[in-house]
Ligand binder design. Structure first.
Ligand code: FE
Length: 369
């Protein structure tokens, strides 16, 4: 496959108009085209490391057919990699979701499913957000050790909970990245968690202790420490000005776009379920009965456009926050670049950042035309 005279955007090497040649699923050559302009932007395929569900398909109740359908839907968003994300549930339900994903990955040589993200159940009930409180519990190495961990890339936990320190030591040996989330940790507790290897925060600044000038909490820790921060850039979970503030304080190297989407993403307003809790979706805003935000209905390509609009960032920076940063962090080194030798997972967009085509392992998996 040849992509002729397109504006290529690489997170490290930058922008250039070039012709890309793809063979056997990889980029085999990228030759710069001089004195040519292009209306087509080619960026690394997007990576969503935190999504619970979309179009009525939920991580907690997957089967082969549904997961395939979910993958196809995400191609239309430019997503070539994602981590289906669990919610707090009983042990058997989490094991069942994790085992299914592990098998699916083993059985499919080419899939956008890159592993699982366990969000909870080892979180702080006082910062539960829309996680079902009946399933929230303390961390134990015994329980964590009996979860399917082979395909696990991320676990969201609260660092202040008993059992966290043992858990983080245990998980470091399993190459699982710990993300602090649904947490009421103080700044001191976050500093300690950071020193133990927790270098990432889940849906910043939602579901965590806020910033007070005498106790700067988790939000202060996210800003003061070199943590990377997941952001749900839907204009609902945090104000556009907050996103801009985080971008100016942290820079594009430490920001990771996620959708945190629930099953109504890609569907109409109405009544839905999230981990056994009733969720109402009105004008795209998903809430529990008491008004607590319950995941999002954000689609990844909209998150990318919103981030660009809210921050006025460059395309190079956009390729970092939508793909490269998160892939590097969870140890996927052969994707997230538009460069010779890398897997040809690419998204082709117009100047308005609308997805025209999605290419996965050198094959067109979505074509808007
Ligand atoms: Fe959450």
């Amino acid at each position: 496959m040849i992509l002729k005279n397109v504006l290529t955007v690489d997170p490290i090497n930058g922008e250039r108009v070039a012709t890309i040649e793809i063979d056997s699923g990889r980029i085999v050559s990228l030759k710069e085209s001089f004195d040519v302009t292009s209306d087509q932007i080619v960026m690394p395929g997007f990576f969503d490391p935190h999504t619970h569900a979309a179009i009525g398909i939920d991580t907690m109740s997957l089967n082969e057919h549904k997961l395939r359908e979910w993958e196809h839907f995400l191609y239309s968003q430019g997503v070539t990699s994602f981590l289906p994300t669990t919610v707090s549930a009983d042990h058997e339900a989490i094991v069942s979701a994790g085992s299914f994903l592990e098998q699916y990955i083993e059985q499919h040589e080419t899939t956008s499913v890159k592993g699982v993200h366990y969000e909870g159940p080892f979180i702080n009930p006082s910062r539960k957000g829309a996680q079902n409180p009946s399933f929230i519990r303390e961390a134990s190495v015994e329980e964590i050790g009996s979860l399917p961990l082979k395909s696990c890339r991320l676990i969201t936990m609260a660092p202040e909970l008993p059992g966290f320190k043992q858990a983080i030591r245990f998980l470091a040996k399993k190459d699982v990245v710990i993300s602090a989330g649904h947490t009421d940790a103080t700044y001191e507790e976050m500093k300690e968690a950071y020193s133990l290897g927790c270098k990432r925060m889940t849906h910043f600044p939602n579901g965590m202790r806020g910033l007070h000038h005498r106790e700067i909490g988790c939000v202060g820790a996210g800003i003061a420490l070199p943590m990377s921060l997941e952001l749900i850039v839907d204009g609902i979970h945090s104000a556009p000005d907050f996103v801009k503030l985080v971008y100016s304080l942290k820079g594009p190297e430490k920001i990771i776009l996620i959708t945190d989407s629930m099953s109504a993403a890609g569907l109409d307003d109405g009544s839905y379920d999230l981990g056994g809790l009733d969720v109402e979706v009105r004008r795209g805003r998903a809430t529990l009965r008491d008004g607590t935000l319950a995941g999002s209905t954000l689609l990844f390509s909209a998150a990318v456009r919103n981030f660009r609009e809210f921050t006025d960032c460059t395309l190079i920076e956009l390729s970092r926050v939508s793909s490269y940063n998160a892939l590097s962090e969870v140890g996927i080194p052969d994707r997230g670049r538009v460069m010779e030798g890398f897997v040809a997972d690419l998204v082709v967009m117009n100047k308005e950042l609308e997805v025209l085509k999605t290419i996965m392992s050198g094959r067109v998996v979505y074509d808007a035309a």
